[in-house]
Design a protein around this ligand. Structure first.
Ligand code: S3P
Length: 172
C-alpha cells in the first residue's frame, strides 16, 4: 500500500477542496481531519473552541493526528494549525508525504471571507494585512513540507495535477 498524501497549509488555501478532488482522481479514501474531530467530539470546531478553548482543540487534533498516522493510502486534509505541534508532523510523516498548499494573502482573505464565522482564530474585522501577518508567523512551520504548491492563479485541476505529478515522480 502507498503512503498517505497529507495536505497542510494556512486556512483558506483549499486543503479540503483539493484533497477531495485528489482522492477522487487517485481513487483513494479522503479524510478531512477537522470533520473527524467534529465526529468524535460531537461538536462543530467553532463550538469546541468557544466552549472548551484552543488548548482542548489542539489536544483533540493531536489525538487525531496520531490515529490517522496508522492509515495507509489515503488523502488527508489537515487543519491549518496542525503544524504548530511538532509531534503531529512527526506522526503524519511516518507514513505520509506532506504537501503544503500556499496562497497569496489577498486570495486567502477572499476565501475565508466567503465562509465568515466558521474560523474561530480569525477576528471579526479581518483585513488582508492580518492574514499577511499570520502567514508570516506560520511560515516557519509550513517549511516542514516535502513539496509546496502555490494555488493562487491556478485552477483546481492544475493544483491537483501538479501534486499527482510530484507524487508519481517521487515513486519512480
Ligand atoms: C486552524 C485552522 C482550521 C481549524 C481551526 C484552527 C488553524 O482549519 O482547524 O479553526 O489554527 O489554522 P482550516 O485550515 O481548514 O480552516
Amino acid at each position: 500500500m502507498g503512503k498517505n498524501i497529507v495536505l497542510i497549509g494556512f486556512m483558506g488555501t483549499g486543503k479540503s477542496t483539493v484533497g477531495l478532488k485528489l482522492a477522487e482522481k487517485l481513487r483513494r479514501e479522503f479524510i478531512d481531519m477537522d470533520k473527524e474531530i467534529e465526529k468524535v467530539t460531537g461538536m462543530a470546531i467553532n463550538d469546541l473552541f468557544r466552549k472548551h478553548g484552543e488548548i482542548r482543540f489542539r489536544s483533540e487534533e493531536k489525538l487525531m493526528a496520531k490515529k490517522l498516522s496508522a492509515q495507509e493510502n489515503v488523502v488527508i486534509a489537515t487543519g491549518g494549525g496542525i503544524v504548530l505541534q511538532g509531534e503531529n508532523i512527526a506522526a503524519l510523516r511516518e507514513n505520509g508525504i506532506l504537501i503544503c498548499l500556499d496562497a497569496e494573502p489577498e486570495d486567502i482573505y477572499e476565501r475565508v471571507n466567503r465562509k465568515k464565522g466558521t474560523r474561530p482564530l480569525l477576528k471579526k474585522n479581518l483585513q488582508v494585512a492580518d492574514v499577511a501577518e499570520m502567514l508570516k508567523n506560520r511560515e516557519p512551520y509550513y517549511a516542514c513540507a516535502d513539496y509546496r504548491v502555490n494555488t493562487s492563479n491556478k485552477s483546481l485541476d492544475e493544483v491537483v495535477n501538479n501534486i499527482i505529478k510530484y507524487i508519481r515522480n517521487k515513486q519512480r
